[in-house]
Design a protein around this ligand. Structure first.
Ligand code: GTP
Ligand code: ZN
Length: 357
């Protein structure tokens, strides 16, 4: 299959997962037939697994909270773990395994036992697919081969994130309140519905552009959430770029550090229970930061920009760009005054995710 065909297969599998349809993830002749726990219901589950024998695939990070009786601790929080299906684990029980927000309300049953995984690479790709679909990383695994709605290859799922075949779809003048002289450039990847954009501000010349990589935050960017610093960072970045000779704001559709809006809001519900932003992601079964900044490097390349001054407090953004051949000649900090609602979040970024101010 061509790269575009395999990417399309991944897109179909993402769509199927969100609709609650079973999918197959495979590598060569090794396959897992899966039904997402989050989108399963009283009709789809018995159709998928008539004898209630489907084991449940989750990530190591989530398994750690569930305290599986015989699990060895995995170094990788996103490593796959297969939980043995016990007779008392019905759909509600599976949801309690999948969704940490319910941990306080549903005192967890147990003990849970881990089973050996025959194809950990295929299972890992399945967990990654759940993240791309913006659902909880938890699946029923069919005990025997079945026919599913969509089938994706594990290598294509891994490649999907990188924005292969990214291209400029269109561009237009877009005067904004921070800068009347601006142009919006829209990017597209076949098969990936996330449309990233760049706002090129000012008139390009030989000087180094000031660049900001901004990951989408609906709550902060649009609703003015006080829980994070995204909205003020977005506006401050636009003004700083406008004050420079020229520059670019890349608006990356990586809501919730790449776990999607609904999973981010689940992380907020966990923060209401007392967990910080790092532990909330881990309890959901995700990495602390699931973003891939190589797509930003590709966008810069398509804009013919190689050397930049980068507005950020996050060294991972500098490293992510440099690994893809962008030269960050200077990191310019972007600090925002704290408020009572985001002070802990900003402290956590400084203390636990290496942000520098
Ligand atoms: N999962 C999760 N995502 C969050 C949370 N708070 C904010 N975000 C997301 O974090 C991203 C904001 O990160 P950025 O401002 O781009 O980058 P950063 O890593 O903080 O680095 P800077 O460049 O220093 O701002 C957005 O996608 C937000 O939706 C949270 O508590 N949990
Ligand atoms: Zn935010």
């Amino acid at each position: 299959m061509s790269a575009e065909a395999t990417a399309r297969a991944v897109a179909r599998a993402i769509d199927a997962l969100r609709r609650g349809w079973p999918v197959t993830v495979s590598a060569g002749d090794r396959s897992l037939h899966l039904l997402a726990v989050e989108s399963a219901d009283e009709t789809s589950l018995p159709a998928f697994d008539a004898d209630s024998r489907a084991n449940i695939l989750i990530s190591a990070a989530r398994a750690q909270t569930l305290r599986l009786a015989n699990q060895r601790e995995a170094a990788d929080p996103e490593a796959p773990v297969l939980v043995q299906r016990e007779s008392w684990i019905d759909l509600g029980g599976a949801m309690a395994i999948a969704d940490p927000v319910r941990d306080l309300a549903t005192p967890l049953k147990g003990p849970y036992r881990a089973l050996p995984l025959a194809d950990p690479d295929v299972a890992s790709a399945a967990l990654r697919l759940a993240r791309l679909a913006g659902i909880l990383p938890a699946f029923f695994v069919a005990p025997a081969p079945i026919i599913t709605e969509a089938s994706a290859e594990s290598a294509a799922i891994v490649a999907f994130d990188g924005g292969s075949q990214l291209h400029i779809a269109t561009r237009a003048r877009l005067p904004v309140s921070a800068a009347e002289n601006a142009e919006i450039v829209a990017f597209r990847t076949p098969g990936d519905p996330r449309e990233h954009v760049a706002l090129v501000v000012g008139t390009r010349d030989d000087s180094l552009p000031v660049v900001r990589l901004h990951s989408e935050c609906l709550t902060g960017d649009v609703l003015g959430s006080l829980k994070c610093d995204c909205g003020p960072q977005l506006h401050s970045a636009l003004h700083q770029i406008a004050e420079a000779r020229w520059g670019v704001l890349l608006y990356l559709r990586q809501e919730g550090r790449g776990i999607g809006l609904i999973n981010k809001l689940r992380a907020y519900a966990l923060q209401d229970q007392g967990f910080d932003t790092v532990d909330a992601n881990t309890r959901l079964g995700f990495a602390i930061d699931a973003r891939d900044f190589s797509v930003a490097a590709q966008m810069l390349k398509l804009l013919a920009i190689r050397d930049i001054r980068l507005l950020t407090n996050n060294p991972a953004k500098v490293a992510g760009l440099e690994a893809e051949g962008v030269r960050v000649t200077e990191r310019v900090p972007l600090s925002i005054a704290a408020n009572p609602h985001n002070a802990r979040y900003l402290d956590t970024k400084r203390d636990r995710t290496g942000h520098q101010l």
